[in-house]
Design a protein around this ligand. Structure first.
Ligand SMILES: Cc1ncc(COP(=O)(O)O)c(C=O)c1O
Length: 422
């Protein structure tokens, strides 16, 4: 079988798995209760899936300490689940720090990784007890002069990753030459350099790139240690683990195995930490929308949904990821293969022309009010949504699982995203 044919088969099988999971969740009492309470759109969040991802990461890289990147999904149920499981947290703002602190997470479990911070934000984090910060330029470094002795910085390195959905290297990070200069300046200013951090790029389906970044950083650390007779304590390998949206990607176990081979020899020598965001939460949330309007246009059938790019589908707009979309009719077997299907365009609800969620989606014929679902909507969705056209944020309903059966059994009081950060 050709590689292309294997790829198509793997994508079909992913679609079947995602469809089966979506169908089970949508027909659960919890989902029905959430839809009855809120109507649509509504997001169903299952914290158990977050706990499961954390377990997978720990099994794959047992010597790494994980700090969940709160920016991916700053929902209380996620923070609570990970805090209880002993996970650390990576925050980028004072608001994220307050949210984590509200869950009783003590400051040593928190790192502040935004390379650019107002002096006030640094002061607030230090007051709260945070001691690890990230720096990638001299102006930022100077802000740490005179901070308590136990504050330490990590120098952020930039590795280009054109294959990542979000290549962060043009906005943040420095090359080896500038990094060396920053370490030298920090030593001169009496600021402790704990080590280095990097982010290979978000949604990076390229285990080899992770390995290269780790290897280059380890080589730099060892060269600088020799040159200045110092010892670094920490290597922060960032986030970036990919999630399967519309096609299979390297699994946590595959990326973990590649990383383990290069990192394990250093597990005793350095405190190795990571900041995963997307992979922890993406699969934990499913969006339920419904058809608000239908039109025949020059390019065919359009369905207008009640959520879109300015709402929960903001990941399509900001990240160019493409979550699968299923009609309830097809999931529950009400649309047989013989029933009319057609290519359709899915528009979002706002009164502008950019709000198009997907084109050329094969769907059974739908009516106003019919439900559609998108699984894998946990990461960078609600957190980047807007209230364009005055539309409210899509509510999040937390669904729980019975410990014995694993069946979805409960719904807790839903929380609007905008209310979760104090
Ligand atoms: C500093 C930092 N750490 C971690 C993350 C999380 O990355 P990901 O969601 O790709 O795992 C990000 C995402 O932008 C980031 O900027």
């Amino acid at each position: 079988m050709s590689a292309a044919a294997r790829g198509r088969r793997a994508t079909r099988s992913l679609r079947e798995t995602r469809g089966a999971e979506a169908s089970a969740l949508l027909s659960s009492d919890a989902a029905r209760a959430a839809i009855a309470l809120h109507g649509t759109p509504v997001l169903l969040l299952d914290p158990d899936r977050v706990r499961r991802q954390y377990r997978r990461l720990r099994n794959a890289l047992p010597f790494v300490r994980f700090h969940y990147a709160v920016k991916a999904l700053s929902h209380d149920a996620v923070i609570g689940a990970l805090a209880a499981a002993g996970c650390g947290f990576d925050v980028a703002t004072s608001e994220e720090l307050q949210l984590v602190a509200a869950h009783g997470v003590d400051a040593p479990r928190v790192i502040h990784t935004h390379p650019i911070k107002k002096p006030r934000e640094i002061a607030e984090a230090i007051d709260a007890g945070v001691r690890t910060f990230v720096v990638d330029n001299e102006t930022e470094l100077a802000k740490f002069e005179g901070t308590p002795d136990d504050v330490r910085i990590l120098v952020r390195l930039a590795y280009r990753s054109p294959h990542a959905k979000s290549d962060l290297s043009s906005k943040f990070g420095v090359g080896a030459f500038e990094a060396e200069h920053l370490v030298e300046r920090a030593l001169a200013l009496g600021i402790e350099v704990g080590g280095f951090s990097f982010h290979v790029g978000s949604q990076l389906d390229d285990p080899e790139r992770f390995v290269q970044a780790v290897s280059e950083t380890l080589a730099l650390m060892s060269a600088l240690e020799k040159r200045w007779g110092i010892r670094f304590s920490t290597l922060d390998i960032g986030g970036g683990f990919p999630t399967a949206y519309d096609a299979p990607v390297a699994s946590v176990e595959e990326v973990g195995a590649r990383l383990r081979a290069v990192l394990e020899p250093y597990a005793e020598r350095y405190d190795i930490i990571a900041e995963p965001g997307r992979v922890m939460v993406a699969e934990a949330m499913m969006l339920v929308t419904s058809v608000a309007g239908i039109a025949e246009r020059a390019d065919g059938r359009w369905y207008y949904l009640d959520d879109g790019l300015y709402g929960a589908y903001s990941n399509v707009l900001t990240e160019d990821v493409h979550p699968m979309i299923f009609a309830e009719r097809e999931l529950q077997g009400r649309a047989t293969d013989a029933a009319p299907h057609r290519w359709a365009t899915l528009g979002g609800p706002t009164c502008d022309s950019s709000d198009v969620i997907a084109r050329e989606v094969m769907l059974p014929d739908l009516q106003v009010g019919d439900l559609l679902v998108s699984p894998v909507m946990g990461a960078y969705t609600t957190v980047t949504a807007t209230r364009f056209n005055g539309r409210p944020f899509t509510p999040v309903a937390v669904v729980g699982r019975g410990p014995a059966t694993g069946e979805v059994t409960a719904i807790t009081e839903p929380v609007r995203v905008g209310q979760t950060v104090p």
